[in-house]
Write a protein that binds this ligand. Sequence first.
Ligand SMILES: [Zn+2]
Length: 255
Amino acid sequence: MLIKLPNGLLDGVDLFNYCNIDELRGKQQNYLANSKLVVNNIGHVPKILGDMVLSFQTEQGLTWKGKIEDAIYKIPSGDIETILIKLRENTYGPRFYYEAICTHCEFHHKDKNQLRLDLDTLELDPLPITEMMTPKKVVLPKSGLEVEFKPIYLKDIFSAIKIGTGSQEKLISESLALSIKTINGQPATSESIENIPISDIYFLSDENEKLKMEGTLDTKVETTCVECGKDFSTKLNPLKADFFSRTGGYLSMSI
Ligand SMILES: [Zn+2]
């Protein structure tokens, strides 16, 4: 299955933003059944992508010559999620059932017929190449430091999982650190981020949400609650191993 990525791999002047993918086989089922890889972890993701991505290509069909295992660490998280979603579609077809908890009354929707989503209807929101090449910089109002943002990559998602199990106080600055490339031109470290005044941290956090750092496949789903009748939104997280379960329940994330 040839798919288009929202970002792609930029190598010199060539943008490899198409990807040829396989379908899941027994070997990948074993990764998904391996609790060491999947419990509170995304260890199955690089393994599955390494096996399932057959090639990266340009729009004109020029194939990337590097190793696929390296490439998956060079594409932003929006591309990783897109590949995983299309992989499910290519394996089981577009029909997908999800569970969702109402953000108003906390009713847990499990009725399969109601919460159906066709994965092939999700819209790609690509980042234009010109925007991809433009540095995303902000100057902090209090400290005057210049901060450059970057997209989130696979290694950042692994770091985020480690952060998630660490102390709460460090949470804001450390998770923000994942999307900071430089501070005053120097590579960001957790120490340099810890020295930023707290008002600037919140400014950074807001700016980070406003600026579009990478393209995505829009996985936001709207549900009308059968209990209270109100609408609420959830988001698919294809990094979770149970996203690939054919029949088991998959709980979408509240947003
Ligand atoms: Zn409700």
